[in-house]
Design a protein around this ligand. Structure first.
Ligand code: NAD
Length: 473
């Protein structure tokens, strides 16, 4: 029998006797089961979070920080087990799964060092006026399947640090490592402060419409984000949305081809391209297009795609069948339209697992589906440009505005280009770096609000202004 993982509700590890199968995307075998919860279990979790809130919001920041220190220690002490579990459910190679778990430890240690200090807006003869931050209440957290544990941690830590309590819902595709983490930290917080429950497609909408949840923090696709916003509008729940992206990477003519080829490859193919901030549209200046595209194709052809648990694998499978079919559909469309492939494009349907070969396209048109849509797979369209103004307008011609990157041997000069990109994050000569003390905030349809940094923490609070007149009543 496969291992059955429990939910964390009101400090207890529980199940309801109904189960969802979780599949390893590298071989399509069932590797675990998690509870299939509905309204009844959600009500219990929300009631537990509500009951825990009055006491938790009065704890000092030092008390909360002590809990996070224990949480980080528990994750670190069990890193190897969590890493293996994450590879088996998500597909990513061990090395990348290890980085995700190490990122969880790092975030759990670093985010609690953020401060929400009171601000004095007036200190005069007439009055003393100060603004403090108070927690919004019970938070519902919804997490996607690409970085399931890190995304969970990035919601749990700031929510609880601000004094909120939480009900977190992992993706039904990747709940195992998160539930194992829940088991490891079940005693770290007072009962009910953190609840983690799993369920199928119906559970997300139940959570976003629950009348006793005050705020939703959601990471996932833009399409689902819009549904979350609509649902939250009924009782004006506060929302933070971290959504999809179609990030442009711009390679200026002075870039060092040999150095950039490998970095750019991983900016696109890390986690099999299933990264919201992956480079999904690569614009290369015409002067170096042929040389760089050949270098990227040569590098990509030597990279091993396979089971993330096998040594030497650098790119794992697509995480689930639905997304696998979507990526295959985009590739089929590109073939049908006659676009040129430098490498990849053909998959072997007889092999079990959701494997897509490393696929690089040669200068498809801007309106190709594989360019205009978020691929979220191991696919990299390379496009030629001839002037900086032209490439800035092509990069900005998207409803998304998550991140972007610029590659050059003159980084200072590239700042002027960076400032013209309509995205929340721009990297020069690197990619995917997010820091606990800097806000990560999608512009346009890539998000609403911010995660990380002080801005991210503020999203779990209301401002409250208290004014004392100097003259006694
Ligand atoms: P998704 O939107 O399908 O699902 C995300 C979560 O929402 C899952 O837990 C799912 O069960 C739940 N859900 C589904 N329907 C819901 C509904 N109607 N109401 C409430 N919850 C619902 O996204 P995904 O396929 O899991 O993840 C991939 C997407 O996430 C990509 O678009 C990617 O760019 C985006 N993403 C964004 C970030 C970011 O920080 N901006 C990070 C990771 C992934």
């Amino acid at each position: 029998m496969v291992t059955q993982y429990k939910n964390l509700i009101g400090g207890e590890l529980v199940d309801n006797g109904k189960w969802i199968d979780v599949v390893n995307p590298a071989n399509e075998q069932v590797i675990g089961q998690v509870p299939d919860c509905g309204q009844a279990e959600l009500d219990k979790a929300v009631a537990a979070a509500r009951a825990a809130f009055p006491k938790w919001k009065k704890t000092s920041v030092e008390e909360r920080r002590a809990c996070f220190a224990k949480m980080a220690d528990a994750i670190k002490a069990n890193s190897d087990e969590l890493m293996r579990l994450l590879t088996s459910e998500q597909g990513k190679p061990h090395m990348q799964a290890g980085s995700e778990i190490a990122g969880c430890v790092g975030m759990t240690r670093a985010l609690p060092t953020l401060n929400l200090e009171e601000k004095i807006s007036e200190d005069s003869d007439k009055r003393l006026s100060r603004t403090r931050r108070v927690p919004v209440g019970v938070v519902g957290g919804i997490v996607p399947w690409n970085f399931p544990v890190l995304m969970a941690v990035q919601k749990i830590v700031p929510a609880l640090l601000s004094g909120c309590t939480m009900v977190l819902k992992p993706s039904p595709f990747t709940p195992l490592a998160t539930l194992r983490m829940a088991e490891l930290i079940a005693d770290v917080f007072p009962a009910g402060v953190l609840n983690i429950i799993t369920g199928g497609d119906a559970l997300g909408p139940l959570l976003t419409s629950h009348p006793d949840i005050d705020k939703i923090t959601f990471t996932g696709s833009t399409a689902t984000g819009k549904r979350v916003m609509e649902s939250a509008s009924k009782d004006l729940k506060r929302i933070t949305l971290e959504l999809g992206g179609n990030d442009a990477a711009i390679v200026l003519p002075d870039a060092d081809v040999a150095k950039v080829a490998e970095k750019l490859f991983w900016a696109s193919f890390y986690n099999a391209g299933q990264v919201c901030i992956a480079a999904k549209r690569i614009y290369i200046h015409e002067d170096i297009y042929d040389e760089l595209s050949a270098a990227i194709a040569a590098y990509g052809a030597a990279v091993k795609v396979g089971d993330g648990a096998e040594q030497g694998t650098a790119i794992g499978p697509i995480q689930n069948k639905q997304q696998y079919n979507r990526v295959l559909e985009l590739i089929a469309d590109a073939k049908e339209k006659g676009y040129k492939f430098l490498i990849g494009g053909d998959h072997d349907p007889s092999i079990p697992g959701y494997f897509v070969p490393v696929t690089v396209l040669d200068n498809p048109p801007e309106d190709a589906r594989i360019v205009a849509e978020e691929q979220f797979g191991p696919v990299m369209p390379l496009m030629k440009f001839s002037s900086v103004d032209e490439v800035i307008s092509r990069a900005n011609a998207s409803d998304y505005g998550l991140a972007g990157s610029i590659w050059t041997s003159n980084p200072e000069a590239a700042v002027e280009v960076a400032e013209q990109l309509e995205t929340g994050t721009v990297w020069i000569n690197e990619s995917m770096h997010l820091a606990p003390n800097a806000p990560f905030a999608g512009h346009k349809q890539s998000g609403f609000g911010a995660e990380l940094g002080e801005e991210g923490l503020l999203e779990f609070t209301y401002p409250q202004v208290i004014t004392i007149a100097r003259e006694a009543a």
